[in-house]
Design a protein around this ligand. Structure first.
Ligand code: NAP
Length: 245
């Protein structure tokens, strides 16, 4: 083990699960947060532990402020003082044009994709910060190419939530230099996970220059790079990993 302690929010499935596995291979002790799929979270923990790594699953809704506080306290007590954070949990809400979207969908997407990212950053900073006696480290936020494309006709609010993540990445990176915390984002393109409505992967794939969706592991490798000292001069970057999209 490296002494590095990572929390991955939404680590039970998809990109978060692939990131947790890759990070564990690199020697991070990993806290895998999930919202409801306990079985999926337990199976990722199992596969990490069987491979000789250290991992725990921690339930909590990142769209609920009190859950975020509880999840960080659980990381403190189960693994120790945090050094790295991947804010990955995210939802799109049901597809529609903006004129038909419910307030509930808008609030849910903003709470999970944006408020949760701020609540997690707020909790992570004093734990990681060298100024506060921490070891220093890195934060990676999961954005989306949607931030630049706008997701017209599907979920403009989701694209807007990822635009907020991009601004947050740039601002937080500059704010946290003295704290020894690098902050970067990965903006995935079309990735083969459960987040998509049925048929969307097949429909959108031909529009990707590489003509295929990416795998969660292809995102995870970039996330782990941005967490690691291999990217020691990189902060405030938004890395598109999108097959050219
Ligand atoms: P996914 O397969 O649907 O997995 C979502 C993960 O987030 C699950 O582990 C889920 O937990 C967790 N989650 C959902 N709501 C949560 C909440 N309120 N609190 C805590 N955890 C929560 O999604 P994905 O495709 O891997 O997406 C991961 C991130 O990548 C998201 O931020 C998404 O916007 C972004 N992204 C994805 C794509 C893509 O094409 N897939 C493209 C661009 C960006 P449970 O298992 O408990 O439900």
């Amino acid at each position: 083990m490296t002494g590095k302690i990572l929390l991955v929010t939404g680590g039970s499935r998809g990109i978060g699960a692939a990131t947790a596995k890759r990070a564990a291979e690199q020697g991070y002790a990993v806290a895998i947060n999930y919202k409801s799929d306990q079985e999926a979270a337990a199976s990722i923990v199992d596969s990490i532990v069987k491979g000789g790594g250290k991992a725990v699953a921690i339930k909590g809704d990142m769209g609920v402020e009190s859950d975020v506080a509880r999840v960080f306290e659980a990381v403190d007590s189960k693994l120790g003082r945090l050094t790295h954070l991947v804010y990955n949990s995210g939802i799109t809400g049901k597809n529609s044009r903006v004129e038909n979207v419910s307030t509930q969908t808008l609030r849910e997407v903003m709470d999970i994709n944006v408020m949760g990212a701020f609540w997690c950053a707020r909790a992570a900073i004093p734990r990681i910060s060298k100024v506060k006696g921490g070891a220093g480290g890195a934060i990676v936020l999961i954005s989306s190419v949607a931030a630049a494309m706008g997701s017209a006709g599907e979920y403009v609010w989701y694209a807007a939530s990822k635009g907020a993540i991009d601004s947050m990445t740039i601002g937080l990176a500059r704010e946290l230099v003295e704290d020894g915390i690098r902050v970067n984002a990965v903006a995935p393109g079309l990735i083969a996970t459960d987040i998509h409505a049925p048929g969307r992967l097949e429909r959108v794939s031909p529009m990707v220059p590489m003509k295929r969706p990416g795998s969660p592991d292809e995102i995870a490798q970039s996330v782990v790079f941005l967490l690691s000292d291999a990217s020691s001069y990189t902060t405030g970057a938004i890395l598109r990993v999108s097959g050219g999209r």
